[in-house]
Design a protein around this ligand. Structure first.
Ligand code: HEC
Ligand code: HEC
Ligand code: HEC
Ligand code: HEC
Length: 161
């Protein structure tokens, strides 16, 4: 005599549950990557994979070591907090081997307006111009030194110094 009239159902149900759980464990074993959860809720191996990507940016410290003249001008101007590679693009290859990779100089016709073209979307106190009216069609560096752009900051016309 069992306690319940139809206890068999319960045992079959419980057995199903156990089987489903075992299947889950087996599937999980094959599906979840080995390094998952080592440090947290992610694949630990992902960190090594990302670290193995080739470097593209050298960082401004690298540039400054070799281009100390530009670095000095840059540090004293309004662009002090705009890093070298924000304008020059990623230059790790050049920094590694300057003689074999010579960077192209940025085209100011497209570079400067990226940050300075007048737009209602920019903060009101951010310096911005309607470039066509403002420059009279001349390249920005005719009047502004890209590395220290404020007019009257010493070095303008004649290109960057
Ligand atoms: C190891 C020293 C070294 C490092 C680091 C370095 N450069 Fe240079 N760079 C040079 C040399 C040398 C030249 C001249 C190469 C030539 O004329 O072929 C040069 C040329 C350039 C030029 C072209 C100049 C021209 O007149 O055409 C630019 C722009 C430049 N570097 C920017 C950078 C930036 C930005 C960085 C940082 C990401 C950087 N460099 C890191 C040594 C270095
Ligand atoms: C706001 C944008 C901007 C930033 C920031 C910037 N540059 Fe430049 N740089 C330019 C432009 C534009 C030219 C080309 C000017 C020209 O064609 O007359 C240039 C030219 C150069 C040149 C070659 C001509 C020269 O002046 O000797 C070097 C080298 C250089 N940059 C290095 C650097 C380094 C190093 C940094 C960071 C310390 C840096 N730049 C930051 C825009 C920038
Ligand atoms: C990546 C964005 C960026 C690029 C590209 C850039 N600038 Fe700037 N510029 C700035 C920032 C940030 C400031 C500082 C704004 C401040 O401090 O209020 C600044 C300041 C200036 C100023 C000073 C305005 C003043 O009040 O005196 C001038 C002029 C200027 N930039 C011209 C240029 C020119 C010319 C170029 C192209 C060679 C250029 N900028 C490229 C971000 C940029
Ligand atoms: C013919 C010379 C000349 C040329 C070319 C020129 N500028 Fe200027 N720019 C000036 C002078 C002068 C000032 C400072 C007086 C003023 O605030 O209007 C100035 C000021 C600025 C300012 C600061 C505006 C502010 O509200 O503080 C920015 C940003 C600027 N220029 C960006 C540019 C850009 C981007 C280019 C290229 C598309 C360019 N300029 C080309 C002469 C020039």
């Amino acid at each position: 005599m069992s306690i319940f009239k139809d206890a068999g159902h319960l045992f079959r149900f419980a057995a199903l549950f156990v089987i489903a759980f075992l299947v889950f464990l087996v599937v999980r074993h094959y599906v979840v990557p080995k390094s998952f959860g080592k440090y947290g809720h992610y694949r630990a191996a992902a960190m090594d994979e990302i670290a193995a990507h080739p470097m593209k940016f050298a960082g401004h410290q690298a540039c400054e070591q070799c281009h100390s003249d530009v670095a000095a001008t840059h540090a004293s101007g309004m662009h002090a907090h705009v890093n070298c590679e924000a304008c020059h693009g990623p230059l790790e290859k050049h920094a590694e081997d300057p003689s074999s990779v010579t960077p192209k100089l940025p085209d100011t016709a497209t570079l400067c307006v990226r940050c300075h073209e007048a737009s209602a979307a920019r903060p009101k106190n951010f310096p911005q111009v309607k470039s066509a009216e403002h420059s009279g069609g001349m390249p920005c560096q005719t009047c502004h030194n890209p590395h220290s752009p404020a007019i009257g900051s010493g070095a303008a016309a004649g290109g960057a110094k």
